[in-house]
Ligand binder design. Structure first.
Ligand SMILES: O=P(O)(O)OC[C@H]1O[C@H](O)[C@H](O)[C@@H](O)[C@@H]1O
Length: 423
């Protein structure tokens, strides 16, 4: 369970003053009468998910792990960020990841695409093309290149090495997958892209990475209870949601998600889409940004400490690291580092966090929200998903916006299609 501490947040209003509003919104969410109510399938997904499909995910993943050196995840936005966030958080950045997981379909960069194709050309490859709409251009462009490569390399067998995760009926990708005879997995109608890491969209790549997806679903399920109460005192996700609104009322328009683990950076990227697309509309919303400390204390730290007071920090602390390490002694001590000899490096990381909080809070005057998760396991990931899902739904509905659409994303696409000469 994620622990929330608002004692460093400088809230000028009492969170509990919002209890009536929160109760009313929670009721509308539970009854399916809130704005965007056709996209709340994630709420009870941990109970309702298709158990047969879930077993098939595990079977397919086991097969892929046997015959594949590189697993290419071809998708963008919600169709890739969640899987990557989970895999990096749980396996770390330099684990002995087998198969190697590579991400495509998330850029028009010709260099990126060419280098990936070159990197995989002599390896055993499986492709998972993921698109809810089945029509996203970046993904379709990369997939055509991948499909031709696979057909050239494997001939008839290519179809056994391509897996499509898409809508159950609509979209070009579904039609193509059916025609070619690809294995397919379904993205439910009532779960939007940025909430879809808990569906086959995330679960298949996560399982291919050797991660226990049963534990992920268990964490999600427990989260339904832990973040399910309409009573603010019993629901840290809703308290966090309210604290954000209070801080914005106080003039803070930027939220910096802070972590101290490089393997959490893609979690921050996933969170940015979840929060940015959900809340950034109707001329409202808090801009979600992120930093990895202490790394970024050496870049953005100056701004946080002394720059314009536009931001608050939300620290996503991890109690237990994946691996700890003892700092070695050195007789000569020429680098003067012996004061750390015999100490745990994770302890040093935690002292850096403590010192930073103090600096930003006491002399910087920056509000800090503290979230603490127990570890970086599959269970923790599933649980964290439910925490942020509930929080963003509540905090956006408090703004009277629809948390589950993203009409603004279409504008660039229209212009781009015109420029590309698309009919
Ligand atoms: O899964 P897809 O339909 O390909 O969509 C991928 C992404 O692109 C869109 O433009 C949306 O803004 C995102 O919410 C979505 O996650």
């Amino acid at each position: 369970m994620i622990q929330l501490d608002l004692n460093h947040a400088f809230l000028k209003e009492d969170v509990k003053a919002y209890q009536d509003q929160v109760r009313a919104i929670d009721e509308a969410l539970q009854n399916g009468t809130c704005k965007g109510n056709d996209f709340i399938g994630w709420l009870n997904w941990a109970n309702n998910y298709d158990k047969e499909e879930f077993s098939r995910i595990k079977e397919v993943a086991a097969k892929v792990r046997e015959n594949t050196e590189v697993f290419v995840v071809c998708g963008i936005g919600g169709s890739y960020l969640g899987a990557r966030a989970a895999i990096e958080m749980m396996n770390g950045l330099y684990g002995d990841n087998k198969p190697e997981i590579i991400y495509m379909g998330n850029t028009f960069s010709s260099t990126y695409i060419s280098q990936v194709m070159n990197h995989i050309k002599d390896k055993e490859v499986t492709v998972n093309v993921i698109s809810k709409s089945g029509t996203t251009t970046e993904t379709a462009l990369a997939f055509r290149i991948l499909k031709q490569f696979m057909e050239e390399k494997y001939g008839e067998d290519a179809k056994n090495r391509i897996i499509a995760t898409t809508d159950k009926a609509r979209g070009t990708l579904k039609a193509l997958a059916d025609k070619e005879g690809y294995e397919t997995f379904v993205i439910p109608d009532d779960i939007g892209g940025r909430f879809s890491v808990i569906t086959p969209v995330g679960l298949l790549p996560i399982a291919v990475a050797g991660i226990d997806i049963d534990a992920l679903m268990k964490g999600l399920h427990e989260g339904m209870g832990e973040y399910g109460d309409a009573d603010l005192e019993k629901n840290p996700a809703y308290r966090y949601a309210v604290a954000r609104r209070i801080l914005q009322n106080q003039g803070y328009d930027v939220e910096l998600l802070v972590n101290y683990e490089p393997q959490m950076q893609m979690v921050a990227e996933w969170w940015k889409q979840l929060f940015g697309e959900s809340e950034g509309k109707d001329g409202k919303g808090i801009l979600p940004d992120s930093v990895c400390f202490s790394t970024d204390l050496h870049s953005l730290g100056q701004f946080v400490q002394e720059g314009k007071k536009v931001l608050f920090e939300t620290n996503l602390y991890v109690e237990t690291p994946m691996i700890d390490l003892t700092f070695p002694n050195d007789e000569a001590n020429e680098d003067g580092m012996n004061y750390l000899a015999g100490k745990s490096v994770d302890w040093a990381n935690k002292m850096a966090a403590k010192g930073t909080l103090q600096a930003h809070e006491e002399t910087g005057g920056v509000p800090n929200i503290l979230l603490t998760m127990p570890g970086m396991t599959s269970y923790d990931f599933g649980n964290m998903c439910m925490f942020f899902f509930k929080a963003i739904a509540m905090t956006t509905l408090m703004n009277d916006s629809n948390p589950f659409n993203q009409p603004g994303v279409e504008v660039y696409k229209k212009n781009m299609f015109k420029l590309l000469g698309k009919e």
